[in-house]
Structure formats: structure tokens, C-alpha cells
Write a protein that binds this ligand. Structure first.
Ligand SMILES: Cc1cc2nc3c(=O)[nH]c(=O)nc-3n(C[C@H](O)[C@H](O)[C@H](O)COP(=O)(O)OP(=O)(O)OC[C@H]3O[C@@H](n4cnc5c(N)ncnc54)[C@H](O)[C@@H]3O)c2cc1C
Length: 488
């Protein structure tokens, strides 16, 4: 039974990750009463946010803009003039090059123009930043454009957010799941139905911000939208992001936006947990496939392992592996490349053997089929200079599928194999919003009282995403959503 309660807030924020926290902090700035409801317990709060490196991408004019963001500016002083600007044009070009030019132009403009201002605002709210690790190294090259990461990466970010929320007077409840949105006869959202340990109840709100993530942890929605093979994907992040906000908003007429059949994913160790575990998330991806070949359970290759640098194609590889029988594959290497594998391959024991048929046997594959595949592959490898660090053009000829770069014969024992599957990081399709973070209906009109931010929003990413801009767009539009939802 649904209970009517007297609980009433000016703004209710649904979700407990980065976007939700920015919305709640922004809504509190106007002195309004703000409640944040988090589906998870305190131990696993924060959605996908704790699984990230906590990096933010924003425009800046070099060292003088980065300085006020940093907990310890002395790191920047050491880099000095090496830090170049990151302009709006850079940001726009980088995003559009990753998303086939499809990012919603209005949302992109707002993201870029509000990005610096928003990280500065976060720093003022108590989020402490440092130069990103890779940026520090890269900044030794003059002209490098660097970004920042939260101190303590994703877990640090979420803890600082909850501390800031407490200091700024945001009420937070855990284990509270939004089920439905409530509208008045005029169609405005005036509250929501939630389920908490005491049961199901209605809460009243002047404005509601949906910041409750994507649908990556919902196998049925993955199958419906991404394709049947995605039902068996591992989930790299939170088990709580099950598309509740997508469904609740669309049930009252919200419009969809973005690439609903697209997601971010990765090859991952077959024995990775079914949903994310913060202590193992970085150790389990398997992205050195370009140095070897990948075989399915029939002992056959199925993809061009060398089509591009892994940074540019590991999302595609996760999808390709999931499409194979049982959604699994073996990454096979020989002694020539074993040393080149990412150190995180050390988190699993390789299956090794002194010959290809023996390796096949140990993997439970048909030795003849594997031997045929490897010898055809070896016969097709062309002359050229192998360069592990760049597209080297050393390819196969007359082979289907080809290997376009890093094609070396697999003939130096010992041979090793790692069993992998595909994992989903987050989904791309979501609700349609305008630059004011208002949720639009299927006719493009704002639904009064309803706002959205973060991964639940569609229109930013298509086919791929741009590093460190997921958190950034959640912050920019979370802040906008919170401020607008708080308007009387
Ligand atoms: C392994 C991994 C690495 C990543 N790396 C990066 C990176 O380096 N840089 C980057 O920018 N992005 C990265 N991302 C993406 C990033 O995590 C997301 O962009 C970001 O966390 C989205 O923030 P959000 O607040 O929208 O959602 P989330 O942080 O996922 O938060 C969603 C919240 O909603 C809650 N919730 C869900 N349903 C309900 C409900 N019905 N009622 C109440 N609460 C609900 C969840 O419990 C959670 O607290 C990564 C993601 C993963 C999984």
C-alpha cells in the first residue's frame, strides 16, 4: 500500500552520484530545503562515480586557471609554463571526433561554456583536485593541455561530495528507491513514490531532479536496447543503475534522446565479478589484444585485433567478444609479445603451453581448429617493422578478418592465453533535456518541475565517449538542474 506522508521538500534529487550531488548543492544555494534520495546503502553509495579515476575535462587558459582548483598548487609551479590552454575549440573538436559529430550541439555548447566555471564552483564547495596522474607526466612536454582529478580519485570525489552536502545542509536518505513520478492535473511533477525499508510512500516536491544514472545494470533493458548479446555482459560499475529514472520519466511522457543502442564497454577478465567492485575495477580490463589474436570457442578469429590503438577501439572489442558463442574469447600471445601486455594482466593466471595444439587442449578447444587458424594467420603476415607503440601498418594479406597493424607470427613458445568476456561501463541513451536541464516531453516541450542530469541524459555520447567528460557533463547539468529546480 502506498502511504501519503507529510514529507515535503522544495527540491528532491534522485540519485547519489556526482550529478546528484552537484544538483543538491546548487539547489541549496538559494536556501531551499533539499532532500537527496540514494537507492544504495552508505557502503555502496555514489553509483558509478567511485569506479572512476575522478577526472574532469574543462576549458582553461593554462596554469593560472588551474591554480585555484588545486589542493596543492606546488605541483603546478613545478610544471610552470609547460601547461598550455585547452580551448573551447579543442573541447568541441575532441568531443565530436569521438562521437561521429553527433553530440547534441546545444548541450555541447552549454557543457563547454560552463565547464571551467563549474569545476571552480566545485572547488569552492570543498571538492579538492590535483593534476591528473597522466597529465603530470604529459605536462613535461611543453604545450600539453592538462586536466584535474579529484583527490583520492572516484572514491575521494564521492566522499568529498557527501561531506560537502552535510556541511551545506542537504538531507540525505539511503536505501530509498524512486519508483514513480507524481504529476498534478496540469501535468507538472509535484513529487514521487519511493520505496524505503519502511515501505512505499509518496513524497512531495516543488521540483524533482533525476540523476539516477544509466541502465547498464539492467540485463533486460540491455537486451532490449543494446542487443541480446549484451544481456550476458559483466557490469563494471554500480549494480544500482537499472534505468529506473528512464522508465519513470518516460511513463509520464518524457522524450528519449541519444544513442539508445550504444554504450561504453571493454574486454574484461572472464572471472570479473558480475557487477563492479571498486578494488578490482582497474585490474580486470584486458586491452592488449592488439599484440596477439583473439579466438572464440570454435578456435576461430572473429575481429581485426589491430584495427586501431586499443584506446580507440576497446569499446568495439567488448561488443565483438560478447557476440561470440557464450560471449567469450581467448586472447592468445606468444613469447615475443608477452612482455608488452599491460601489467594488469598479472591479476589473472595465464594458461600457458609449449605448442599451439597443447595450448588449445588446455583451453578446451579443438587443437586442429586452433592450429589451422594460427597457421593461416602466420602465413598471411606481411613483412614490416613491428612498433608496439604506434599504428605500424604491419598487417596480414588475404585473411578474413584481417589484422591491420601489429601482425606478427605467433610461433615463439611459450604460448599464453587469457579468457575474456565483454563488460559494460555505462549506457549512452537517455532522456531528452534542454540546456536548462529541463526534461522535454516527446513533443519537445519542458515537463514542468522535472529536471535531469548525468548519465541518465541522452545526447552527449554516440559510438564512443570522451574521457573525463562524463563526470564533467554531470556536474555542469547537475548544477544547472539544481539551480533551476530551486526557483520558486
Ligand atoms: C569503471 C568506470 C570508469 C569510468 N571512468 C570515467 C572517467 O574516467 N571519467 C568520466 O568522466 N567518467 C567515467 N565513468 C563514467 C562515470 O562514472 C559517469 O559519467 C558518472 O558517474 C555519472 O554520474 P551520475 O551521477 O549521472 O551517475 P552515477 O554516479 O552512476 O550515480 C547514479 C546514482 O543513482 C542511484 N540510483 C539509481 N536508481 C535509483 C533510484 N531508483 N532511486 C534512487 N537512486 C537511484 C544510484 O545508486 C547512484 O547513486 C566511468 C564509469 C565506470 C563504471
Amino acid at each position: 500500500m502506498v502511504q501519503d506522508t507529510e514529507i515535503s521538500y522544495d527540491v528532491i534529487v534522485v540519485g547519489g552520484g556526482n550529478a546528484a550531488m552537484c544538483a543538491a548543492l546548487a539547489a541549496r544555494e538559494s536556501g531551499r530545503r533539499v532532500l537527496l534520495i540514494e537507492k544504495a546503502s552508505p557502503e555502496d553509495r555514489g553509483g558509478n562515480c567511485p569506479y572512476t579515476g575522478g577526472g574532469f575535462r574543462f576549458t582553461h587558459n593554462g596554469a593560472k586557471d588551474l591554480e585555484p582548483l588545486l589542493a596543492d598548487p606546488s605541483t603546478l609551479h613545478r610544471l610552470g609554463e609547460a601547461v598550455g590552454p585547452y580551448t573551447a575549440q579543442d573541447y568541441r573538436a575532441d568531443m565530436l571526433s569521438r562521437t561521429a559529430g553527433l553530440t547534441d550541439p546545444d548541450l555541447l555548447r552549454a557543457l563547454i561554456s560552463r565547464s571551467y566555471d563549474t569545476v571552480l564552483w566545485m572547488a569552492q564547495k570543498g571538492i579538492r583536485f590535483e593534476l591528473s596522474g597522466s597529465a603530470q607526466a604529459a605536462a613535461l612536454t611543453p604545450g600539453t593541455r592538462v586536466g584535474v582529478s579529484a583527490v583520492g580519485s572516484g572514491p575521494g570525489l564521492i566522499n568529498m561530495h557527501y561531506d560537502a552536502a552535510r556541511r551545506h545542509g542537504v538531507d540525505v536518505v539511503y536505501r530509498t528507491k524512486m519508483l514513480e513520478l507524481i504529476r498534478n492535473p496540469q501535468g507538472a511533477v509535484t513529487g514521487l513514490v519511493v520505496e524505503d525499508p519502511d515501505g512505499v510512500q509518496r513524497l512531495r516536491a516543488g521540483g524533482v531532479v533525476l540523476a539516477c544514472g544509466g541502465f547498464e545494470a539492467n540485463p533486460q533493458m540491455r537486451g532490449d536496447h543494446l542487443g541480446g548479446h549484451w544481456t550476458r555482459a559483466k557490469v563494471r560499475g554500480s549494480r544500482h543503475n537499472t534505468g529506473d529514472g528512464h522508465r519513470a520519466a518516460m511513463a509520464i511522457g518524457a522524450g528519449a534522446a541519444g544513442q539508445w543502442d550504444g554504450c561504453h564497454g571493454s574486454p574484461i577478465d572472464l572471472h570479473a565479478p558480475d557487477t563492479g567492485s571498486p578494488d578490482s575495477v582497474d585490474r580486470l580490463p584486458r586491452r592488449s589484444y592488439h599484440y596477439g589474436v583473439m579466438l572464440n570457442l570454435m578456435g576461430q578469429r572473429f575481429v581485426d585485433e589491430g584495427s586501431d590503438l586499443p584506446l580507440n577501439n576497446f569499446v568495439i572489442m567488448g561488443d565483438a567478444i560478447l557476440q561470440q558463442p557464450e560471449g567469450t574469447a581467448f586472447q592468445v600471445f606468444d613469447a615475443k609479445t608477452q612482455e608488452l601486455l599491460e601489467p594488469r594482466y598479472g591479476s589473472a593466471a595465464a594458461v600457458t603451453a609449449g605448442s599451439v595444439p597443447e595450448l588449445a587442449q588446455r583451453l578446451g578447444l579443438n587443437p586442429q581448429a586452433v592450429e589451422d587458424t594460427i597457421s593461416q594467420f602466420n602465413d598471411s603476415v606481411q613483412e614490416g617493422t613491428f612498433n608496439p607503440a604506434a599504428l605500424d601498418g604491419k598487417s596480414t594479406a588475404g585473411l578474413t578478418p584481417p589484422k591491420s597493424n601489429w601482425a606478427q607470427t605467433i610461433d615463439a613458445p611459450p604460448f599464453s592465453a587469457y579468457r575474456v568476456t565483454g563488460a559494460i561501463t555505462y549506457t549512452f541513451g537517455g532522456l531528452k533535456i534542454n540546456p536548462g536541464a529541463q526534461v522535454l516531453d516527446t513533443h519537445g516541450a519542458p515537463i514542468p518541475g522535472l529536471y535531469a542530469a548525468g548519465e541518465i541524459v541522452g545526447g552527449f555520447f554516440y559510438h564512443d565517449s570522451l574521457r573525463a567528460s562524463g563526470l564533467m557533463h554531470g556536474s555542469v547539468f547537475g548544477r544547472i538542474a539544481g539551480a533551476n529546480a530551486a526557483r520558486p
